[in-house]
Design a protein. Sequence first.
Length: 310
Amino acid sequence: MSFKYINPGYAELLDVQGGTTVTDATKSKTGICFYQPTDKKGLTLAETPTGLYGKFDVYIGNDYNSFSTKIVLLRSNGYTENGIGFVKSSNAMYFMRYYNGNSSVGTKAYISSPETLNLKLDAVNTFWFRVATGSEGYLEIYSNGVSVEKYDFAIDFATSLTLVVYASNSNGAISNLILSDTEIHKKEQVVILPISNTETTMTAGEDGKYIAGADGQILLQAVDTASLIAEYGADSDINGIAVIGNPAYRTAEGLANLTALSHDGTAITEFGTKIAPQSTSGMVGIGKVMSMKLPALANYKFGWKAGVSS
């Protein structure tokens, strides 16, 4: 198994209802963030991973507003969790460690001493973590690029197909979220790609929407690589791509599938299918692992193919 989940900050890209997307450029590097208050749901995986990496941003205010976040793999028994959390309770802040149904509180930092966990107040903070499995398993957490927690414990994911992505309220909204069973570079971040041109067999509608009316219709978009190179530099690495349909919804039951596409200049590759939701505010997103330098992205186009659900 190899999966890569990329989410700039949309609750609608989770596999659970009830989350809220917040547009706030001061609390997110991507301009959007979300909270999702159901603590047993988030994403549904196709297979149980052998390990878990994660990276996400949370804004922490210099105030007593409380929140909690949690990203854990939930076993099929419904209660055994493996992963991490972050809690702000009044003036105290700390990471939670979840391992085989147990949990423990890590080092505590306070509003008066955020440097204890290398935290920044009234700012966006970046957390990176790894959950390594096996008899020599461990949980490791980095805060703003500095290792702040490491806990050794034999960890067994057993059968875990639910990846919980929980944020209790808007005070701890999550953004810049990357999850994978392969290593995530500590400097990796989500960038919303600018589009240079669009090719489609769909019908162009209002407000930039495209309407599919037949099985097999496609939409492909090229990335404005030149502007990205000007901002990030030609030596920047691309480690993954997520194709996001926003909005994406169906108006009938038959033509309901959306399959993610990548075109490398020679051939089109399909890398996952989602069922378009019925809500007009619905979204779909599918990510894939990629490895290239930024200039090579100029050869690619990404998009969707509409299909009839079976």
